[in-house]
Ligand binder design. Structure first.
Ligand code: FSO
Ligand code: SF4
Length: 552
């Protein structure tokens, strides 16, 4: 695939606020970007046939569902930089697609005449084909924008569904929706209204997926509870686990328990500490570092092996001292990082990581102290009495939902400043790696209720929606928007897109999204979101505080 030949605008860091065209700001090269475009073409093809078969009453094999979910996940920002692993997915997808086509033909089903079904290419043809099937294949800017909004929502949904599936929780209707939506944007010439309706349905499916994952996590690991997490280090070698996959955390803790080493979480794995099931492990030492984008420094000083269970990977600099200590698993990948496969029994063998850890130095201390978290819906509901009382008495004036993602852009300092300058009678509700912008500020409490309530990972934004719906019930309000809650959300990648669509589908209005609005929103589509849902960007801290009625 030729250099200087890519177009990607799926994340908040899209170059110049319009799209990456030479190389991704994230580090994705144009060859990998093109391979991902072709993989998504194959995913659409598989979905078209699967959807048609399903409509005619045929069962779709779990392997097909898994392929769609894994492929979508592997194209999320910062998940997979390994072109070869993307090409292997294309090979596999083309075989799956052709098998499904044969099945449809056996039942005399007529299939739509789309390129996604008729193209027959081999590895040698991938490069040329990929150049024609990217997001710019759709020439109308508004149609492209709506279709990509759906696809990015589905990518985020796929990530969460994959985590639930790894915990043996699945829902066929979610796969059916996902494949139906992909088929609809491939075959139909849908109007803007129809596409917008599909956007909202994607949000509804997102709510169901996050609820499924919440059930999967809490059924196996217990309800998250208020927890103080150590951010210092111990004196034994450690393994650092990053990403969102709790099943990997479970297996790693189990396999390391008598190994003379410690396990630390990084970035989005921090909420692992909030689950009762993991508290029994004495070697589960704490959280090391911050959000994903600081990994180059933090992995250097960690000294031990690092396991990526999901995004966000930052490509290491050529001389990075940790390059040979990084492992990937699930949908993630990076050329040169060792990839841990799932065994036939569904388990993983982390012995190579453990052996390496034993030869490493203990982590170098970069900070000391604790962070407080674990305020998912169950824990907040346990505090419902004092919380409701504080709202009624005026001790809590307003909640500010500041969930979402962190990122390396300097403009994100806005969130630290915003949190710092919020009046003392406000409470921040958060989830996702956005919290690292303010979770070490010690913002105090209101009558014993911490002023930063961290529900967990970005998928635990579901908890924030559950809390809002519960408060609406307690205060007997007709509309969720009557609650004293302001939404000031930071986004980075496509999981934040499904969180946003989920909130919209629940009727939440006037969400502020920053640090910039998505490049994939055409002016026309952005206008619709502004008019229908009151979506807005962010401005300066001072003026935004004023806008939200929160000036000191
Ligand atoms: Fe962050 Fe990365 Fe959770 Fe994302 S680590 S940015 S939205 O992958 O998934 O919040
Ligand atoms: Fe650019 Fe973001 Fe796409 Fe990476 S994922 S190529 S940074 S738009």
């Amino acid at each position: 695939m030729t250099e200087n030949a890519m177009f990607c605008f799926q994340c908040q860091e899209a170059a110049r606020g319009t799209g990456c065209t030479l190389k991704g700001v994230c580090g994705k090269d144009s060859r990998t970007a093109a391979a991902m475009d072709l993989l998504l073409f194959v995913v659409r093809g598989v979905s078209v046939v699967a959807d048609e078969l399903r409509i005619h009453g045929h069962e779709i094999a779990p392997e097909t569902n898994r392929f769609i979910v894994d492929s979508l996940f592997s194209t999320i920002t910062n998940a997979n930089f390994d072109e070869e692993s993307i090409c292997r997915r294309i090979d596999h997808g083309l075989t799956l697609r052709d098998n499904l086509i044969n099945e449809a033909q056996r039942f005399d089903l007529s299939l739509p005449a789309v390129d996604e079904l008729t193209w027959r290419g081999k590895r040698a043809d991938y490069e040329v084909k990929a150049a024609t099937v990217g997001v710019l294949r759709e020439t109308d800017a508004d149609t492209r924008s709506l279709k990509e909004l759906i696809v990015y929502g589905l990518k985020g949904m796929a990530a969460y569904l994959e985590h639930a599936m790894r915990l043996e929780h699945d829902d066929k209707s979610l796969h059916a929706f996902m494949q139906h939506a992909l088929a609809a944007i491939t075959c139909g010439s849908l109007s803007a209204e129809e596409l917008l309706s599909l956007v909202m349905q994607t949000g509804e499916a997102g709510v169901k997926t996050m609820a499924l994952l919440d059930t999967a996590n809490t059924a196996r690991y217990g309800q998250p509870e208020m927890t103080r997490v150590n951010i210092g280090v111990r004196n034994r070698p450690g393994i650092l686990i990053s990403g969102h996959d709790l099943r990997d955390l479970e297996e790693l803790l189990e396999q390391t328990k008598d190994a003379g080493i410690d396990v630390y979480t990084h970035s989005e794995m921090l909420p692992g500490h909030y689950y009762p099931a993991f508290k029994k492990y004495a070697h589960f030492a704490g959280n090391y570092g911050n959000a994903w984008w600081k990994q180059r420094e933090e992995f250097s000083s960690f000294n031990g092996p690092i396991l990526f269970t999901t995004n966000c990977i930052v490509p290491p600099l050529p001389g990075a001292n940790y390059k040979n200590r990084v492992f990937t698993t699930n949908s993630t990948g990076y050329p040169g990082f060792k990839h841990i496969q799932t065994g036939a029994d569904g388990r993983k063998d982390f012995s190579e990581i453990i052996a390496l850890a034993k030869q490493c130095q203990p982590p170098t201390e970069i900070e000391r102290g604790e962070i407080l978290g674990g305020f998912a819906h169950n824990q907040v509901m346990a505090l419902a009495g004092p919380v409701v009382e504080a709202v009624k008495s005026g001790a809590i004036r307003r909640f500010i939902v500041m969930a979402g993602c962190d990122g390396r852009m300097k403009t994100r300092e806005y969130y630290t400043e915003f949190a710092r300058r919020l009046p003392k009678d406000t409470v921040i509700l958060t989830a996702g790696c956005a919290k690292y912008r303010y979770n070490k500020l010690n913002l105090g409490d209101i009558n014993g209720i911490p002023r930063v309530l961290d529900a967990g990972q970005c998928n635990d934004s579901y908890s924030l929606a559950v809390i809002a719906l519960k408060l609406k019930e307690v205060f007997a309000l007709a509309d969720i928007n009557e609650l004293p809650i302001t939404y000031n959300i930071a986004w980075y990648e496509q999981k934040a897109v499904i969180v946003l669509l989920a909130l919209l589908s629940l009727g939440v209005k006037n969400i502020h999204l920053g640090p910039t609005l998505p490049a994939f929103l055409s002016p026309g589509v952005a206008n619709v979101l502004v008019e229908k849902f009151g979506i807005a960007g962010i401005g300066e801290v001072e003026s935004d505080l004023g806008l939200f009625g929160l000036s000191a």
